[in-house]
Design a protein around this ligand. Structure first.
Ligand code: BV8
Length: 225
C-alpha cells in the first residue's frame, strides 16, 4: 500500500511556529507580496531576509510535536508498503522528529541559495543579501524558499508518487496554495482514498473521503497508532 502524506503549517502550529492564514497568522502581519515573491525580494531584500531570519530563529527554538513524531514512526515502521511525506513547510521539524525522508516542495529555512549561480549551502542563522556565495562569491544570497510565482521543487517525483497512491492524507493545510492544493484530486484520479486531518474543514475544492478535525497532536497520533 502506498501512502502519500501532505503536511502544511498546521502540523507545526502546536510547536509554536506560526501558520499563515489563521487569525494571527503570518500573512496577517506581513504582506506576502513583500516577503514571499521574487518581486518583493528584488524590491527589498533586507526585509525578506529579516522575515526569514526571524522564522529561522523561531524554528531553532521550537521542538517537533507528537504529530511529527507519529509520522516519523509511521514512515520508519510501516510494513505494509511505502509512506512518502511531502511538506509545504520550510521548517525542519519532520527531520528533527526522526523522519528518514522528507520532500520539501517549498524549500527549507535551513538552506541558502545563490541567485547568481544556483549554488546551495547550509543557511547561517542570520542571512543578508550581500553575503558572498561560497561558490561564485557573488553578493546574491537568498533563502532557498519557493516563493509565489516560482516553480515548486520535486514536482516530477511528487507526480510519480500521486500516480501510484492508494491513500492520500492531508494534514494541517488550508488547501489555499497550488499546486499542493490540487494533490488530493490527482490522488483521487489515480484511485486513492483521501483523508483530511485538520483543525477544521479546509478550503479544498472537493471533499475528502474521510475527514477528522481537531489539533494535530491528538488526531495524527490517533490515526497513526
Ligand atoms: C506555482 C513560501 C507554477 C515559503 C509559500 C499568479 C501568479 C503565479 C502563480 C499563481 C498566481 N495565482 C495563483 C498562483 C498559484 C500560486 C497560488 O497558489 N497562490 C494562491 C495564494 C492562490 N502558487 C504558486 O505561485 C506556486 N508556484 O504555481 O508555479 C506551477 C504551477 C503548477 C505546477 C507547478 C508550478 C508556489 C507556491 C509556494 C509559495 N510559497 N510560502 C514560506 O514562506 O513558508 S506558500 C505558503 O502557503 C507556505 O509555503 C505554506 O506552506 C503554504 C500553504 O499554507 P498552509 O500550510 O496550508 O498554511 P495555512 O496557514 O494556509 O493553513 C494552516 C492550516 O492548518 C489551516 O487549515 C488550519 O485550520 C490548520 N491548523 C492550524 N492549527 C492546527 C491546524 N491543524 C491541525 N492542528 C493544529 N493545531
Amino acid at each position: 500500500m502506498n501512502i502519500v502524506i501532505l503536511t502544511g503549517a498546521g502540523i507545526s502550529a502546536e510547536s509554536g511556529l506560526g501558520t499563515f492564514r489563521d487569525k494571527d497568522g503570518l500573512w496577517t502581519r506581513y504582506d506576502l507580496n513583500d516577503v514571499a515573491t521574487p518581486e518583493g525580494f528584488a524590491r527589498d531584500p533586507a526585509l525578506v531576509h529579516e522575515f526569514y531570519n526571524a522564522r529561522r530563529a523561531n524554528c531553532r527554538d521550537a521542538a517537533p510535536n507528537s504529530a511529527h513524531a507519529a509520522l516519523a514512526r509511521l514512515q520508519r515502521g510501516f510494513a505494509g508498503g511505502r509512506v512518502s511525506i511531502v511538506t509545504q513547510n520550510v521548517d525542519d521539524l519532520h527531520e528533527r522528529a526522526g523522519t528518514p525522508e522528507v520532500i520539501h516542495m517549498h524549500g527549507e529555512l535551513a538552506r541558502a541559495l545563490c541567485a547568481a549561480c544556483g549554488h546551495r549551502w547550509p543557511a547561517p542563522d542570520v542571512m543578508a543579501h550581500d553575503d558572498p556565495c561560497p561558490a561564485c562569491a557573488a553578493p546574491a544570497t537568498r533563502p532557498d524558499i519557493v516563493w509565489f510565482g516560482e516553480f515548486p521543487y520535486h514536482m516530477d517525483r511528487i507526480a510519480e508518487l500521486l500516480a501510484a497512491c492508494d491513500l492520500f492524507v492531508s494534514i494541517g493545510t488550508s488547501g489555499n496554495v497550488y499546486p499542493a492544493a490540487g494533490f488530493a484530486e490527482e490522488a483521487r484520479i489515480a484511485g486513492a482514498r483521501t483523508l483530511e486531518l485538520n483543525l477544521e474543514p479546509s478550503e479544498a475544492r472537493l471533499p475528502f473521503d474521510e475527514a477528522r478535525h481537531g489539533p494535530a497532536t491528538r488526531i495524527v497520533p490517533d490515526w497513526v497508532q
